[in-house]
Ligand binder design. Structure first.
Ligand SMILES: Cc1cc2nc3c(=O)[nH]c(=O)nc-3n(C[C@H](O)[C@H](O)[C@H](O)COP(=O)(O)O)c2cc1C
Length: 401
């Protein structure tokens, strides 16, 4: 995904600073221009050379370096979409909260009107100290500032408690809505279903499919990046849900149906990406079924057709389904869209091993109710999600001009 955004990345003197390398990599993968601004103390923890190499941009640190013009702190903070401070020390948070401007980072924050996202990292006692908490509260009360709070766990100093830098992927996800100029789904409520379902025949065996949840999770992630309020109804998968998304975990098709149809309120968009099992066992045995030297016959019953029920419920403004097909792609998908009375369907060819189930890439076609077809070339699942939302937003006239 290519977005022409500029990020001022403030780096401070926390032991968690090594994690910033991974964060820089995630931003660079999306082509985001990074302006790294390091506090003088942070350079005692990590070499500017490493930051410079990963960010593919020079590091700024000395407020009085006149090599590129004297007003770095003003110049740097202009035209940036976001100032992200990660990791943020107690010291830097305190300075910003009291309006100090004694280094390039704190000066740039004060001289700018850009939103500031702060990811604190420190010892639990420092974090829980009332002074730090008051500084955080003070900044949180200002519209420009938001925080992505530290996690609890074992800290580098050996103490246990809150203070560990938030997950890097979460910091990245929390930053992206500021960096995408395109707020396609701003103010929209979106429900995404993802992953497989499991239909148990006894306590240890189930019927399922190889869906990894990657496509659905990218859809939820990108919808949130684009400004939507997102609910993700997910079957069992081994990946972490995106930051800022409300997650409802389910196991069976019946549970998924209940979660989707009973989700509170009305939604602008339902993206039904889950690979729901069409059948379940007629009977779920309470004890493990044992071998008895002969064959075993089990009866299947059809599961509820969730997307058709969603269409009948009138709870969703626009419904898009996914069709994993092995033959007659267009005809099968068009037929499915008609039978289920939905607005669009994304079809992909699962007979190919390089796209779809479990893969990082996808390729397909979006068929709309009005018979228009949009081809999506092989791309990452994230790009495919963006493309899908762009097409829907255009048709629904959600795009602000
Ligand atoms: C080994 C070591 C680790 C430190 N880790 C942290 C930390 O994680 N968080 C924090 O707020 N301060 C930490 N400090 C203290 C800061 O480095 C110190 O307050 C420094 O002045 C911060 O400067 P800055 O905010 O300008 O980067 C640490 C200090 C040392 C020596």
């Amino acid at each position: 995904m290519s977005c022409k955004a500029r990020l001022l990345l403030g780096i401070t003197g926390s032991v968690a600073v090594y994690k910033v390398c991974e964060l820089i990599r995630l931003f660079r993968k999306e082509d985001i221009e990074i302006i790294p601004v390091m506090t003088p103390d942070s350079k005692r923890f990590i070499s500017p050379l490493l930051i410079e190499s990963l960010a593919q941009n020079r590091v700024y640190s000395d407020m009085f370096d006149e090599s590129g013009g004297a007003f770095y702190h003003i110049m740097l903070s202009r035209g940036v979409n976001l100032i992200l401070i990660a990791p943020a020390t107690a010291n830097t948070i305190a300075k910003i909260a009291s309006g100090m401007a004694d280094n390039l980072l704190t000066s740039a924050v004060l001289a700018s009107e850009a939103p500031v996202l702060i990811a604190p990292a420190m010892n639990v006692k420092m974090f829980e100290n009332r002074i730090t908490q008051q500084n955080i509260d003070r900044l949180s009360g200002l519209k420009r500032f938001s925080f992505i709070m530290p996690e609890s766990g074992e800290l580098a100093c050996g103490d246990v408690g809150a203070g560990r830098l938030a997950d890097i992927q979460d910091i990245f996800d929390a930053s992206m809505p500021y960096l995408l100029d395109n707020k396609l789904l701003s103010g929209k409520k979106v429900l995404v279903s993802a992953g497989p379902t499991r239909e148990f025949m006894d306590p240890v065996r189930f019927l399922s499919n190889p869906s990894s949840g990657k496509m659905g999770y990218e859809l939820a992630r990108v919808a949130r990046w684009l400004g939507a309020e997102v609910t993700l109804v997910t079957g069992p998968v081994s990946i972490k849900p995106p930051y800022g998304v409300r997650v409802i975990n389910v196991v069976s098709a019946e549970e998924m149906k209940t979660a989707i149809l009973n989700a509170k309120g009305r939604y602008d968009l339902l993206v039904m990406n889950a690979a729901v099992s069409d059948w379940r066992f007629d009977k779920r045995h309470t004890q493990k079924i044992k071998r008895n030297g002969s064959s075993l016959s089990l009866l299947f019953r059809e599961n509820p057709d969730i997307i058709s029920l969603a269409s009948k419920s009138r709870k969703f403004g626009f419904i898009v389904g996914f069709a994993a097909e092995t033959e007659n792609l267009n005809d099968n998908a068009a037929d499915k869209m008609k039978r289920k009375n939905i607005d669009a369907i994304v079809v992909n060819d699962i007979s190919r091993g390089d796209i779809g189930f479990g893969q990082d890439y996808n390729e397909g076609r979006i068929l709309f109710r009005d018979k228009t077809v949009v081809n999506i070339e092989k791309s990452g699942k994230r790009d495919m999600a963006l493309r899908l939302f762009s097409e829907i937003a255009k048709r629904q006239k959600w795009v602000k001009t």
